[in-house]
Design a protein around this ligand. Sequence first.
Ligand SMILES: C[S@@+](CC[C@H](N)C(=O)[O-])C[C@H]1O[C@@H](n2cnc3c(N)ncnc32)[C@H](O)[C@@H]1O
Length: 276
Amino acid sequence: MTLDTTPDDDELALRRPAAAEESSRASRQWWDRNADEYQEEHGEFLGDDRFTWCPEGLDEAAAQLLGPTAELAGRRVLEIGAGAAQCSRWLAARGALPVALDISLRQLQHSRRIDEQRGTAPVPVVQADGEQLPFADGAFDLACSAYGAVPFSADTARLMREVHRVLKPGGRWVFSVTHPIRWAFPDEPGPEGLTATSSYFDRTPYVEQDANGRATYVEHHRTVGDRVRELVAAGFTLLDLVEPEWPNRLTEAWGPWSPLRGRHLPGTAIFVARRG
Ligand SMILES: C[S@@+](CC[C@H](N)C(=O)[O-])C[C@H]1O[C@@H](n2cnc3c(N)ncnc32)[C@H](O)[C@@H]1O
């Protein structure tokens, strides 16, 4: 799972089906409620204009998964589930033309706050669901998402098709998610997070719901094979699957990601695909 969320006292955490509409509504409301705390807690690590793919601190500057950094200038890039658009700001500084899309207005307001504090040109932002992209066919050269909409989306097959539609032929689509193997383990940074307690193959969503049974937080699981299949079915060619290792220099836990778990298990999977 993605975050070490804690259900409120009157909420229940369980595994149950959650369709697209319920999942999107829960995500929008959860991120609107929790954006301030998220940016407060993780803003320093994320940096205002850093493009990092994951808690393991693999940066696009080093990894160049979107292609050579020197070739980003002038490229139209869609960032999906952009949060406060830190990655888009890094791209803009390299001459790219990013659009930062997120379902949460509050996350996008943090993007605007950062731009105002820095006195830099605002990153263009769009509030929308990653499953329904409000752009013309072939509008972008590249698409990316660092732990953005994908883990929260009920219909990732549709999301992949949408990204394919808005990309130009040959355009790259790179996204990072919690490594699928982590689904089988408790979301704990300590030793209890090292023993598998549930099935990697159980795709039943993780749901937190209120006393009325309304989902307040949802995460969806796909196996590695599911992700590859969805990409290929949408028309992508998979170029790489990156599993960043935990670096010695990072001594602090990032929610349920920690040096201890990082020594034993992958925490992130980054899929690098190209539109055929
Ligand atoms: C873990 S944050 C990642 C954002 C940023 N890359 C970062 O590392 O802070 C996940 C983001 O995905 C957004 N999100 C969740 N579901 C979404 C959806 N269906 N469509 C678009 N954005 C979504 C959330 O609002 C949130 O800003």
